[in-house]
Design a protein around this ligand. Structure first.
Ligand code: KIV
Ligand code: NA
Length: 264
């Protein structure tokens, strides 16, 4: 059981092996996901919605993210542990340094930030100081009010080229992983090909280097509605461990997501 690192993920991309990612918020689920072979476990600020019942991720705090990171890390031996930086915790570079330090001290091995060009200095500063960064483009839920709802991003030509350009800039600045959320399949495929680092999709089609799901969506138990791009693996297997194994298998062999779970 070899520890998953950023080098492991890079090698998987080079060898065309798809990466499986899931969110977790506690030690027990983290242990289960880790044992089933998930490469990355994300403590998502989605916890604001699936744990706290909020209608967005905006109320989540650094302290809450640190608390759940500590729990997940205790249950995890092999997977890479990535923690979301919550809304406005990286508004300035100085805030980003202090808050990323708190999350790394809580057990994160990488932090995830939502956004493009405005983050380049922050990303460079974090990576120079030894903190690996995951980018997040497309439907970035912390900007839900700016978008006017949870909407697919990058649909027109201009928005698509802009997203590709921002992904290139983020890679240049030092990100070692990128999440694309609710992006047309073709665009996500183009971005994945253009970058050397692995690109993980959610609602971004099958042509990325891996997939991520919110665990509550994968089990069909979310308090909120079930997004189109999600699949209820518990319903098709009737068993939590089998559900996780099937998700990983379908990510690996490219049968998830199908067109039914993608945007074009
Ligand atoms: O918060 C979260 O769970 C996420 C994933 C959906 C990528 O950011
Ligand atoms: Na998130």
């Amino acid at each position: 059981m070899k520890k998953v690192t950023t080098s492991t993920l890079m090698k998987m991309k080079q060898q065309g092996e798809r990466i499986s990612v899931i969110t977790a918020y506690d030690a027990s689920f983290a242990k289960l996901f880790d044992e089933q072979g998930m490469e990355v476990i994300l403590i998502g600020d989605s916890l604001g919605m699936v744990l706290m019942g909020e209608d967005s991720t905006l109320p989540v705090t650094v302290e809450q993210m640190a608390y759940h990171t500590r729990s997940v890390r205790k249950g995890t031996q092999r997977a890479l542990v990535v923690t979301d930086m919550p809304f406005m915790s990286y508004a300035t570079t100085e805030q980003a340094f202090a808050n990323a330090a708190a999350l790394m001290a809580a057990g994160a091995e990488m932090v995830k930030l939502e956004g493009g060009a405005w983050l380049l200095d922050t990303i460079a500063g974090l990576t120079e100081r030894g903190i690996p960064v995951c980018g997040h483009l497309g439907l970035t839920p912390q900007s839900v009010h700016k978008f006017g709802g949870f909407k697919v991003q990058g649909r027109d030509q201009q928005a698509a080229s802009q997203m590709l350009e921002q992904a290139r800039q983020l890679e240049q600045a030092g990100i070692q992983l990128l999440v694309l959320e609710c992006v047309p399949r073709e665009l996500a495929g183009r971005i994945s090909q253009a970058l050397n680092i692995p690109v993980i999709g959610i609602g971004a089609g099958v042509d990325t280097d891996g997939q991520v799901l919110v665990m509550h969506d994968m089990f069909g138990i979310s308090a909120n509605y079930m997004p189109k791009f999600s699949k209820n693996y518990l319903a098709v297997t009737g068993d939590i461990r089998k559900a996780v194994t099937l998700y990983i298998e379908e990510v690996r062999n490219g049968s998830f997501p199908s067109d039914e779970h993608s945007f074009s």
